[in-house]
Design a binder for this molecule. Sequence first.
Ligand SMILES: Cc1cc2nc3c(=O)[nH]c(=O)nc-3n(C[C@H](O)[C@H](O)[C@H](O)COP(=O)(O)OP(=O)(O)OC[C@H]3O[C@@H](n4cnc5c(N)ncnc54)[C@H](O)[C@@H]3O)c2cc1C
Length: 288
Amino acid sequence: MDFIRATTWVDALAAKAAQPGAVPIQGGTDVMVEINFDVRRPPALLDLTPVAELAEWSERDGVLRIGAGVTYARLIAELGDRLPGLAQASRTVGSSQIRNRGTVGGNLGAASPAGDAHPPLLAGDAVIEAESAARGVRMIPAAEFYLGVKRNALAPDELIRAVHVRPAAGPQYFAKVGTRNAMVIAVCSVAVALHPGERRVGTGVGSAAPTPLRAAEAEEYLAAELDWDSGLPAPVAARFGELVSAAASPIDDVRGTAAYRRHALAVLARRTLTWAWNDYRKAAERCA
Ligand SMILES: Cc1cc2nc3c(=O)[nH]c(=O)nc-3n(C[C@H](O)[C@H](O)[C@H](O)COP(=O)(O)OP(=O)(O)OC[C@H]3O[C@@H](n4cnc5c(N)ncnc54)[C@H](O)[C@@H]3O)c2cc1C
């Protein structure tokens, strides 16, 4: 197996163009497990860790651009106040060792339906910046990025450069069910992000379909039903939960049954919406 060490982003794109079969590696917390277990044996690894640009994040015109190599640990410490939903999800990833190595870019590259970064990225309308030497930059909305189980929209010569997302405009929550409290792959997960300026609630659902997904009908329901100047009626929260659950197409597997996942999604969606709504109302009352 060849080992290619790119030191600049331009070098990385050139290496991927020259050898599209080369597997990019960042934290290695997915790639090395797969190699150790002989799940895959790529012709080459393309090490992106020396590429300084990937480890940077910046904010411009109200949008955060988070390099694909920013780790979960840094995301929590440096961006937790601006992206509370993604930070909550990041805190549930593996252990501190995994959070010190693992990256959101790697979660996107792996495109596992159970990846914890995906629901908050969907709920927050994130856009993935992909790039190739031949065609330049391509901006892919998160909702169009996941194509199937562990399949994403990247072309063989493309790499993920960054994720673009607006800082939270309102409360955000992420909740996941696992068979224990830590070091666990989600049985299912839900993220909500309130966008008060647009009178809209974004959603993301994980580990309950071949891909992470948005619950579009649930979002439309809230856009029509929510009165942003009053309380959240319990039947509205309950119906939202049902619609989030209905958006999923879960399977029975070692982690849980489809029926359990459907039930848990409805509960998680109702809870996360209620938490976010209560935070929003409290903040609105303080300002009144
Ligand atoms: C013990 C353990 C616990 C874990 N727990 C969780 C958990 O709770 N939740 C969770 O979501 N995940 C978990 N994971 C999986 C893993 O940590 C995450 O998916 C992490 O985000 C991967 O990031 P990485 O930087 O290590 O990716 P890598 O392993 O380096 O790469 C992952 C994939 O992304 C591709 N890739 C990496 N960078 C790029 C790029 N710039 N452009 C294009 N493709 C790229 C790689 O080729 C590979 O296919 C766990 C893993 C382990 C070993």
